[in-house]
Design a protein around this ligand. Structure first.
Ligand code: ADP
Ligand code: MG
Length: 581
């Protein structure tokens, strides 16, 4: 191209370069540093006169002042189409599974692989005919992908009204084969294939409207669904100190949440953590299909050894892919672990740009970036009147577990639910270690709010008695208060805690939660008669074990009813006369 904008490097600071250019470029435009045979992908993040500040997505070793840069007029984009599902990508959508085979685990510098396999064929079934009028985002047809019908849509950057000029017959096609020709309002014809690109930093908005989330997304984790629920299209965060169980909780959710597609944006905390995820995930079984969970999962992963800019890009890549599948009317769950690594990448970039730092040296725009990310979640009404959703859950790993730091605080301002993990609970192995007294949710759950509040109140009062007891001792505590404490402990051990590694207890369905919660709620609100604290303690110890055993029993087995009868029998022993009637 003769009109290609070119520039030369004038300074280098880690992964940040400044480039003097001639012509016009735009913010977020992609350029390549040309280093002999190698072309290093870079992005314009600031323009000042004829100087572009660019972050290089590759190791910058060997780059020199005066080296040429070529601009592309394109923004950092991802490839969208069938074949994205089940893949493992890095933050720039390089497929890591192919990579492992071809190059070892990490991509050599300057190597670019297709995000989508261009040789694979897909069975296309048309959904439109010649003469039909279409807009961006509308389906031209479908191809089966895993357990879903993948909609082949009018590309989202087709902003006109189009008439179908031709459409492919049912048959097998490669993603780059022409499957339709669309005529715009001026009569110009546009060939369409099964893939197109979309810039990662711009939300996909080819829908009618966003609707306030109100449908519960069941995670099958009792403390979440009953006490601090998440809704489809909503947002939540899981802050917690190192080792408190953030990653385990997200893995459980990715397995059991009632969504179609899970996207995991893994920014590793420990070296090896991401490799572990890559090794373990394909082995996990999907409880819905019995096949591997990977069939409906996409992993975007980064490790601390990857260049900082690629880490920063990964959450946008994940969000864009999630929005793409949402456009097909699917429910998507995007899990980012950990967003603190992403924020740190942002901090590094900002530092190299020599921007005026905000709190703890994070950039002043930290809050707005975090807000923009979570705003990409949403429950949307699509053009054909059907619905799709993308829910976003992000972990935050503040140093020392201190929630007062900027990333946690900025996140709490925008999310709809807060699942704060506590060191005290994880040390006591009370998993999942979500703090029931600190956490909150603005969403509607499966159990009526007032009943949940009543149970929560027992928990709070029980905790107060516990605090007091640590000062005055058990002798200084009244029997009534002591029973409140025991009730709180009961709720904690048989309902809030859940064994993530037991095949039955790990996943508690909404139906089961409704049933069991009703029982627990009644126990908490009933009155009991005890002669002394020892008697009370013994009674609740036996009751706890009976209910824990009940939790391990499948609901559809006779043993479930038998165990419930045992519980009822035990309850009768101490229930006060006035309420027993
Ligand atoms: P984080 O991501 O917060 O650093 P992890 O999720 O990696 O912490 O959890 C650290 C360890 O704690 C796990 O390896 C596991 O041994 C234990 N753990 C966490 N959550 C649970 C759970 N729900 N059930 C049992 N053990 C858990
Ligand atoms: Mg973790």
């Amino acid at each position: 191209m003769s009109d290609m904008v070119k520039g030369t490097i004038t300074s280098i600071n880690g992964n940040m370069i400044t480039v003097r250019f001639k012509g016009s470029i735009v913010q977020n435009e992609v350029g390549y540093v040309v280093l002999g045979e190698e072309r290093l992908k870079s992005e314009v993040i600031k323009i000042n006169g004829d100087l572009a500040y660019m972050q290089v997505y590759e190791l910058t070793k060997g780059i020199r002042i005066g080296d040429p840069v070529e601009f592309t007029r394109e923004m950092l984009s991802v490839q969208l189409g069938p074949g994205v599902l089940s893949r493992v990508y890095d933050g720039l959508q390089n497929p890591l599974n192919d990579l492992a085979a071809a190059h070892g685990f990490f991509l050599p510098r300057g190597v670019v692989l297709d995000a989508i396999d261009l040789n694979e064929t897909w069975t296309f079934t048309p959904a439109v005919k010649k003469g039909d009028v279409l807009y961006r985002g509308m389906a031209l047809g479908t191809v089966p992908e895993g357990i879903f019908d993948h909609k082949i849509m009018v590309p989202f950057n087709f902003y006109d009204e189009y008439t179908v000029e031709s459409i492919a017959d049912k048959g097998d096609y490669k993603v780059t084969d022409e499957i339709a020709v669309l005529k715009d309002s001026r009569g110009e014809k546009h060939p369409v294939t099964m893939i197109f690109e979309w810039p990662v930093k711009i939300p996909i908005d080819a829908y009618n409207q966003k609707i306030v989330p109100k449908e519960p997304m069941s995670t099958r984790v009792r403390i979440v669904d009953t006490f601090f629920p998440v809704n489809k299209g909503g947002t939540y965060c899981i802050p917690g100190p190192f080792g408190a169980g953030k990653t385990v909780l997200q893995q459980l959710t990715s397995r059991y949440a009632d969504v179609d597609i899970v996207i995991i944006a893994a920014c590793g905390e420990r070296a090896g953590e991401v490799v572990e995820t890559l090794r373990e995930f394909p082995k996990l079984e999907d409880p819905r299909t019995g096949k591997t969970l990977m069939e409906r999962t996409i992993i975007i992963c980064n490790t601390s050894s990857m260049p900082v800019a690629a880490r920063e890009a990964s959450v946008y890549t994940a969000a864009t892919i999630g929005e793409y599948y949402r456009q097909m009317g699917l429910d998507v769950l995007l899990l980012a672990d950990s967003t603190s690594r992403w924020a740190q990448a942002m901090r590094e970039v900002s530092g190299r740009l020599e921007e005026i730092p905000g709190e703890e040296a994070f950039p002043a725009y930290l809050e707005s970036r975090i807000a923009e990310f979570y705003e990409r979640a949403g429950f949307v009404e699509l053009l054909d009147g059907s619905y799709g959703s993308m829910t976003i859950g992000g972990t935050v790993s503040p140093a020392g577990g201190n929630f007062e730091e900027p990333v946690t605080q900025a996140t709490l301002k925008v999310v709809g639910a807060f699942h704060g993990l506590s060191r005290a609970r994880s040390d006591a192995r009370r998993y999942p270690a979500i703090d029931p007294l600190e956490s909150w949710s603005k969403y509607k759950g499966i159990i009526p709010r007032e009943k949940v509040e009543e149970a929560h109140d027992v928990l709070r009062r029980g905790s107060e008695v516990h605090q007091m007891m640590m000062v005055v001792g058990e002798e200084g505590t009244s029997l009534d208060d002591f029973v409140v404490y025991l009730k709180g402990e009961l709720l904690d051990s048989v309902y809030l805690q859940q064994d993530g590694f037991d095949p039955v207890d790990a996943a508690c369905s909404a139906e089961r939660q409704e049933y069991v919660f009703q029982k627990i709620h009644d126990i908490l609100l009933d009155s009991y008669e005890f002669n002394n604290k020892d008697e009370a303690r013994k009674f609740f110890n036996v009751l706890r074990q009976l209910i824990v055993d009940w939790n391990y029993t499948p609901m559809d087995k006779d043993a479930f009813k038998t165990q419930e009868k045992e519980i009822d029998k035990h309850l009768k022993k101490a229930r006060a006369e006035k309420t027993a009637a």
